[in-house]
Design a protein around this ligand. Structure first.
Ligand SMILES: Cc1ncc(COP(=O)(O)O)c(C=O)c1O
Length: 364
């Protein structure tokens, strides 16, 4: 454990959706409370089958399979798509999870070839796709594109991109880790968004606040094969029901709140943009998630976060990314029920202080 980890764990409150203060085990078990819980056996039956059925219906897909991680689910989906086509190439955004956070597992485990499309700092567009010359097994789109402030393409652009892939015989796969957060922007049912894709992965532990796990949804035959691949990946956990029970809780309690969280995110962003040296991306936010951009270097912001944790007992954020130009820092804010732990105006005051405290060592 680093000194920062200790500070993070010890703070009374955190604005980070993923911090232990907002995810503690007793609170999780308490919320399962009175619900009748039925166990699965190796991922079959009980709460696991219930959540598979519920998500398949919500996404308008014929079948769905529960997986321990999105990392596993997406590799499996892409492997299956590739085996049915003449290409091992999968196209995706340069900052997508498969490319950035999975140690190139798609390549090592499945012999797939990754083709990045477009540029890091912006969304993929149809013109980027037109420049892809080789046949593709699949096009992966991430809605929203998390690492650039959870941005979303317009609906007509999204339709055009998925149509481009369909017309070329490439499978369309949705990284919908945060599809729940994206849906209010499109003002369309989840199923209408999912209908643009052959397979869809959705997560239960981001905006829905669960302890982990996800679902891969799609055609019956693809999902049947995905169950076989789940065994091959070592993902056939003996009991997945705690994850599934918490997923059902998230679907009941958190999912209906997404539009409200988005509204709160827009209000909070508007309060923050008036602060000196603070920018918002995208402005206004398109989901409950957005980035705060400080005109300070990442190392200075990191130190200021620790200082505020020590003096104010608040852990402000988890994720931060350098920006171009490098003297600025991107912080992720994801609005959820944790916002209720802060009084009106308090977050803007804390971000203002974070910036003031973010002074370079050299300036001291
Ligand atoms: C956009 C996106 N895709 C996929 C994943 C993988 O999910 P998991 O952590 O369940 O493997 C994540 C996890 O953070 C993610 O943010």
């Amino acid at each position: 454990m680093t000194a920062d980890d200790r500070l993070r764990a010890g703070c009374g409150r955190s604005l980070s959706l993923y911090a232990p203060q907002n995810r503690n085990p007793p609170a999780t078990m308490q919320r399962w409370g009175a619900r009748t819980i039925e166990a699965d056996v190796y991922g079959a039956g009980g709460a696991v089958t219930a959540v598979e059925h519920e998500v398949a219906a919500l996404l308008g897909k014929p079948a769905a399979v529960f997986m321990p991680t999105g990392t596993m689910a997406q590799q499996i989906a892409l492997r299956i798509h590739a085996e049915r086509r003449d290409s091992r190439t999968v196209a995706f955004h340069p900052l997508c999870h498969l490319e950035r956070h999975e140690e190139r597992a798609y390549e090592h485990l499945h012999g797939l070839v990754g083709q990045t499309v477009g540029e890091e700092h912006r969304l993929i567009d149809v013109a980027d796709l037109e420049s892809v010359a080789q046949p593709l097994a699949a096009l992966v789109l991430e809605l929203p594109q998390r690492m650039i402030g959870a941005q979303l393409p317009r609906w007509d652009e999204l339709v055009a991109q998925t149509e481009w892939a369909r017309a070329r015989g490439a499978a369309r796969h949705l990284d919908g880790a945060r599809l729940w957060e994206a849906q209010p922007f499109y003002e369309r049912p989840h199923a209408q968004i999912a209908d643009l894709f052959d397979t869809v992965y959705v997560s239960f532990y981001k905006g829905l606040g669960g302890i982990g796990g996800c679902v891969l949804a799609g055609p019956e035959d693809v999902i049947e094969l995905a169950r076989v691949w789940r065994i091959r990946h070592g993902g056939e956990v003996f009991a997945l029901w705690p994850y599934a029970v918490d997923a059902l809780y998230g679907l009941r309690i958190e999912l209906p709140l997404m539009a409200q969280y988005w509204r709160q995110a827009k209000e909070l962003a508007a309060e923050l943009t008036v602060l000196t040296g603070v920018g918002i991306a995208p402005d206004p936010p398109q989901t409950p998630i957005f980035n705060v951009i400080l005109d300070r270097a990442p190392e200075a912001v990191r130190r200021a976060r620790s200082q505020l944790a020590a003096t104010d007992d608040v852990w402000l954020f988890d994720r931060m990314w350098p920006t171009d130009p490098p003297a600025r820092t991107r912080i992720e804010v994801a609005v959820g029920s944790q916002l209720g732990h802060f009084s009106s105006g308090e977050i803007a005051a804390l971000i203002g202080r974070l910036r003031e405290l973010s002074v370079d060592q050299a300036d001291r």
